[in-house]
Design a protein around this ligand. Structure first.
Ligand code: SF4
Length: 94
């Protein structure tokens, strides 16, 4: 594995742990394309967060971020979370 020039895996979540753990600095990096510049972890995190916020914001603006449950029902159900109605049998040794 240490002789590979490139790791291309759909299992990679771009966590940067391998980049941080490598004892030889500037050996490993994350790029969006083969000839692109290395992508620092803070930029990657900012991009992922930005896309996430943009998609949710777009869904909220266009009214697609709703369901049939009212805010009042959410508030009512939230108060019942610690009641037996929402107890998960097996989770507490039942
Ligand atoms: S960034 Fe490195 S350690 Fe993290 S998932 Fe991808 S290959 Fe694995």
């Amino acid at each position: 594995m240490h002789t590979l020039k490139k790791v291309w895996s759909d299992e990679c979540t771009a966590c940067y742990k391998c980049v941080d753990a490598c004892p030889v600095k500037n050996t490993l990096d994350v790029r969006v394309a083969q000839n692109s510049r290395p992508l620092p972890s803070w930029i990657f995190g900012t991009l992922v967060t930005g896309v996430f916020i943009a998609l949710i914001g777009l869904a909220m603006i266009t009214g697609k971020w709703q369901n049939s449950i009212s805010s009042d029902e959410y508030k009512s159900r939230f108060k019942e979370l610690d009641t037996p109605a929402y107890e998960h049998f097996g989770a507490r040794g039942h």
